[in-house]
Design a protein around this ligand. Sequence first.
Ligand code: ADP
Ligand code: ASP
Ligand code: MG
Length: 491
Amino acid sequence: MQKSLAQIKKVAKFGGTSVATSQNIKKVLGIIKQQKENLAVVVSAFGNLENEPKITDLLIQTAQIAVKKDLDYLKKLQIFEQKHFLISKELDLKSEQLEEIKLIIKELEDLLKGIFLLQELSDKSLDFVMSFGERLSAQIISFYITNQGIETEFLDARKLIKTDSNFGKAKVDFEQTNKSIQNFFEIAQKLQIVTGFIASNKLGQTTTLGRGGSDYTAAIFGAALDVSEIQIWTDVSGVLTTDPRKVKNAFSLDYLTYQEAMEVSHFGAKVIYPPTIEPAKQKNIPVVIKNTFRPKDNGTQILSKQSSSFNSKNNLEDLQNQTEISTKNHKMLIKVVTSLDKIALIKIQGSGLKGTQGFSARLFLALAKQKINIILITQASSEYSICFVIEEKMAKTAQEILDKEFFEELKNAEIEPILIQTKVTIIAIIGENMRHLPGVAGRIFSVLGRQKINIIAIAQGSSELNISTVIEEKDEQKALESLHKEFFEIN
Ligand code: ADP
Ligand code: ASP
Ligand code: MG
């Protein structure tokens, strides 16, 4: 199989469940063989069967036990080893190939022993620990495919993807990365099986791209090689109208625009890791989400807006008719209802906010300095209160920072004590066509009202393709089901 940069046409990424067992890996090989054009393949760490943790989670747990000087970490390590040897044997790897797998596992054993002895586990060492998931899966799969007669090479993405040193969620240096990927593929001859998720910093130390980051790896390679398609193979048939694990009537969508896909991923649909869309969008490369277990299903195509033929002259009735259950959905009013949990709502109020110039600037600067990401903001027009949502794990830090920043105002009672509410969920309604139509927010409120769900805060992005409400966590299921019914099941 001759390949060079010009010939790599597609990148296909297979997620954790797609490579969770030897049978699944055989399905992956079938999909690879079907592709006529030259491919580069990205894989995640092995996923889980029921009652098992995903390999990446298992690695984190093992390191966290080891750092407490608890020998129980060895039991977890054993589960890790057994899973990799079982899959390797079921795939009939050769003895010299098994020896190579053993060497990688030995390196992990030594690393964990170090963590155990030193009782030290920095974000940097955790990234190194996590890297073993993808390094082993890519190596095992590459040996297996080679044995099946396709010339294959294992490609450790740490050699090519360069990042800063923000361990756990490193930022990619695209200039350097693109150059390295292009140079590499100029001369690569074989099918490359690439490790998802992992990268390295300037010093060559292992970094990771954030949990779920293998999707991003595929987009980084795809954009650098200017491919014609980036495929994300997973365990569902595309992006669905909502999370199928939460609402059983969810159905898959044929098309999403890049913008919609970004919103959907940022607001909780785990099927796409949020940064994935950007590199694809920049190069106008379609991202296709497909099901490894139902490869004939269409899946979802994520494309530029021009490809979706919405006609703004359509009247309200036409649009509403288009919300009927239909897979021809590029004209659908609403595409997805998502939920995002593990968040906290922070509310600041008081007369001191009114007309105080620079209040918001101080607030957001203080949070940005601590790298606290704001997911959603609302401010009442009375300027009396401001509400914003952040990740729950940052809530305590945020409270400390803000108490310090506004110490004077708090002392003089110009602002009331800062309130943090946890156990809340964002429900977001997403769709580009919403922007042409009044009344969507009204429908959301009446649906939630009928269900007696209290809306704590509301926000609509200026792009008008997302209306978000913050509700109590306990109401999440009810809200998703009733909104799904309203927008997708009634016509
Ligand atoms: P992979 O291991 O292949 O990367 P993930 O578990 O990261 O797969 O993502 C796929 C999962 O995303 C699905 O099994 C599904 O439960 C979840 N999901 C959440 N929201 C959606 C949605 N709107 N459409 C499709 N899947 C969704
Ligand atoms: N294995 C990594 C994780 O579990 C990356 C991925 O699966 O995309 O987060
Ligand atoms: Mg994923």
